[in-house]
Design a protein around this ligand. Structure first.
Ligand code: FAD
Length: 460
């Protein structure tokens, strides 16, 4: 299978598929990618969701692997922390890390995807076919059925193996599920919250209407608004709100008056920057948020799911794309092992990777509650203060859960989850019991946190 004449068919040229094509192209395989949408570098199509995303260290690990880190950095706006906005318009900047070189980056989905496509296409052994929708996959015969959007013709392609990176609604995953040819577990859990994208437009001279280098959050316990900067001076603003619970929800925000009243009451400082609110609100769709878990990801050595098609998660840790990029790095590591067949390769990849993508799925749900609610809670803010001070004072000895997940690409998501949760529990319990306080000596706090964390990890 390490014969480089192997033909690999990739379904979906989104973030994961285009990166995978680039990497497999670099490794010398013959790669054909089929994407249902037109080429986003030539057509003005919205990606359908999240215009910009937070890119962090796990994603950058993949950019380094494919030697495009410098090009990607040009597309990025550093966000050093969360800028919290209360109802009175007061703001509070909470850094993501006590180490200055650790921050997340706002990047345009379209620009990043376009760069990955261009880099992949530089390899003559990679071909990307646009406007070709996969309808189903015959995983026993390693063939896929496509429909051409322009001609409406249907055609079948075969390959030595097929890798689906076609996102949360994957055609390959549906074929596994509907085929009923083997035991396939699948769950899709929706939140009762949906999201809608809005915007702060740039100032007249192309500047930013609010502080540029932060991820802005308006946490309101059962709902929240966030904003990430774009290179053109605008911000993409996202409202996360229940469909049907609470005084205001997506089902009852039906008129310009109610929408404006809701923003006046809950987000007055944001509203002041949004003369375009009503237009955006009634033009842009409301979309759902869910977690997909499934197994197995592969069928023998014929087919494999990767990225969101295998493990879609809610966006609250800013890790879905980063996890999809890390998939490619992990897959590349397995390829380095030169196993005897695609089946052995896919099996080893899934065995190593699934526990980590399950972990980030659970962490993303935890962060949903943290962002909309806990960040505004005084004891949580004391914990953050302590963690920031520990990271600053002992950069090599302490990392918060957020840092372990976001900035430490050398440990797995699962390890980050176990250690991070134990640390959170240790600090919150000791703060509540008065065993530590923000004014204590940092050496003493570090020792107590370390001891208590180890005790919790041993108990678990
Ligand atoms: P996708 O990006 O969904 O790409 C799938 C591709 O396959 C698309 O190009 C699609 O057109 C194509 N396709 C689909 N079906 C077919 C078919 N049948 N035939 C052919 N082609 C097909 N992640 C982060 O890391 N940071 C963030 O800040 C972040 N914010 C987010 C905010 C929101 C609101 C949402 C919804 C997600 C966010 N994510 C974030 C998650 C991130 O968007 C996904 O994890 C990432 O896009 C997964 O990449 P993918 O390539 O696996 O899937």
């Amino acid at each position: 299978m390490n014969n480089k004449k192997q033909n690999i068919l990739i379904i979906g040229a989104g973030l994961c598929g285009s990166l995978l094509a680039l990497r497999l192209g670099q490794r010398g395989y013959n790669v054909n990618v089929y994407e249902m949408r037109p080429d986003l570098r030539k057509t003005d199509i919205s990606a359908g969701r999240s215009i910009n995303l937070a890119l962090s260290d796990r994603g950058f690990k993949a950019m380094k692997l494919t030697n495009i880190e410098d090009k990607v950095k040009e597309l990025c706006i550093p966000m050093n922390g969360r800028m919290l906005h209360d109802k009175e318009g007061n703001t509070f900047l909470s850094n993501y890390s006590g180490r200055d070189h650790e921050y997340i980056n706002s990047v345009s989905r379209g620009e990043l995807n376009g760069l990955l496509l261009t880099e992949a296409e530089k390899h003559e052994n990679v071909t990307i076919h646009f406007n070709k929708e996969c309808k189903s996959v015959d995983f026993e015969n390693t063939t896929a059925l496509f429909r051409d959007f322009n001609t409406k013709d249907e055609f079948v392609e075969d390959a030595d193996c097929i890798i689906a990176t076609d996102g949360a609604g994957s055609a390959l995953r549906n074929s596994y599920y509907l085929g009923k040819k083997f035991l396939f577990s699948f769950s899709q859990d929706y939140l009762n919250h949906g999201y809608k994208e809005l915007s702060f437009l740039p100032t007249e001279d192309g500047g930013y209407k609010t502080y540029k280098n932060a991820l802005h959050i308006w946490p309101r316990r059962s709902f929240m608004l966030i904003a990430l900067p774009n290179l053109d001076g605008s911000f993409t603003v996202t409202l996360f709100l229940s469909y049907d619970e609470g005084e205001y929800n997506f089902n009852n925000l039906t008129t310009p008056e109610i929408v404006t009243e809701f923003f006046e009451k809950e987000f007055p400082d944001a509203l002041a920057l949004m003369p375009n609110l009503v237009d955006d609100f009634f033009t842009n769709p409301t979309s759902s948020l869910g977690t997909v878990k499934c197994s197995p990801w592969h069928y023998k050595g014929n087919t494999l799911l990767m990225g969101d098609s295998a493990h879609a998660i809610v966006p609250f840790y800013g890790q879905g794309m980063n996890a999809a990029f890390e998939d490619v790095v992990e897959f590349d590591n397995i390829l380095d092992q030169n196993l005897e067949s695609w089946e052995a390769t896919f099996k080893a990849y899934e065995k190593g990777r699934k526990k980590d993508t399950d972990a980030i799925a659970d962490l993303a749900i935890d962060n949903f509650h943290e962002m909309k609610d806990h960040v505004a809670n005084p004891i949580f803010q004391e914990k953050r203060k302590i963690e920031m001070a520990l990271e600053k004072e002992f950069p090599n000895d302490y990392s918060s859960k957020y840092s372990l997940v976001t900035f430490n690409e050398t440990i797995s998501y699962r390890e980050a989850m176990l250690r991070g949760r134990a640390q959170d529990k240790a600090i919150l319990n000791m703060l509540a019991d008065g065993i530590i306080s923000v004014d204590d000596d940092l050496n003493t706090i570090l020792e107590k946190v370390k001891n208590e964390t180890e005790a919790i990890l041993e108990d678990d």
